[in-house]
Design a protein around this ligand. Structure first.
Ligand SMILES: [Zn+2]
Length: 282
């Protein structure tokens, strides 16, 4: 089976993006993997620090490995990891990739912690990919009344900083701030800065990752992919769909969890399938 690195080269060649969806439990895992299998496309399962503490690091690793053993291109990413220690835990567990998120820290500190994680990964599992983040985009996949504090056009990643960050850290994947925001902004999602993505793509030679794509329009996301984005993250929209689905499931007298939870899975699958079609241009 092709590795995540090889699939990213494939995505570059096809000018598509690989979908990254966060899950908190086996229902989320079922929804994401079934959707990807039905469309026969690769997919990345994302688990943030809190999501993996709920699921268990070893447990989610086993679930993903079971799919790999069946020949499915399902990959596992340790999403937003805020400490070197927690990154090392994901590296020890041999995930496919890990995101060390020092975006809220000063440039130098971000570089230092990112480098430490890159060095550890190279020594322990050289096939693992490390993603670095530069430019704060808010944290938490939730509803927001407004754009989070500290996020503005001024804090968007510049090509100069991107180049310097990548050269100094030697990360494999790069997540910039380009008008994207974690969570769904009730007062209206800001627009993605497509020109900035194009400018970054001129100097960034590693795959770029778009976080916080929930709430952005299909047209914008497609433009971002055409401008050079190779992984797109979706979390909040999936959480909204899941909650809506299980509320429907629980409103009947149904007692079997595999029946009332199935409503949640079905709602999540609608979102995942639509996003995967968009990202893969199907
Ligand atoms: Zn993110």
């Amino acid at each position: 089976m092709k590795s995540l690195r090889e699939y990213l080269a494939w995505a570059e060649e096809k000018q598509v993006a690989i979908g990254h969806f966060n899950v908190s439990d086996s229902e989320g895992f079922k929804a994401v993997t079934e959707s990807a299998q039905e469309l026969a496309v690769p997919v990345i399962i994302g688990v943030s620090e809190k999501e993996r503490s709920f699921l268990g690091v070893a447990e989610i690793k086993v679930l993903v490995q079971a799919k790999k053993d069946q020949g499915e291109p399902i990959f596992l990413n340790a999403d937003h990891t805020y400490s070197v220690e927690a990154s090392k835990e994901a590296i020890d567990a041999h995930f496919d990739s890990v995101i060390i998120d020092g975006a809220e820290k000063p440039f130098f500190e971000n570089v230092t912690m990112t480098k430490e994680v890159v060095n550890y990964a190279r020594a322990k599992h050289p096939d693992m990919l490390v993603e670095g983040e530069l430019g704060f985009i808010g944290s938490g996949s939730m509803f927001r009344d407004e754009i989070p504090e500290g996020v503005s056009e001024k804090t968007q990643t510049t090509p100069e900083d991107a180049k310097r960050f990548i050269n100094e850290t030697l990360v494999d994947l790069f997540a910039p701030s380009v008008g994207n925001i974690h969570g769904l902004v009730r007062s209206g999602e800001p627009k993605l800065n497509i020109q900035r993505i194009k400018d970054l793509a001129k100097v960034v030679t590693i795959p770029m990752v778009l976080h916080g794509a929930s709430g952005n329009t299909d047209e914008e996301v497609l433009e971002a992919i055409n401008a050079g984005i190779r992984i797109v993250h979706i979390n909040t929209e999936l959480r909204v769909a899941y909650k809506k689905g299980i509320e429907k499931g629980l409103s009947s007298d149904e007692l079997a969890p595999y029946k009332f939870m199935a409503e949640g899975v079905a709602e999540m699958k609608k979102i995942v399938t639509a996003k995967l079609k968009l990202f893969n241009k199907l």
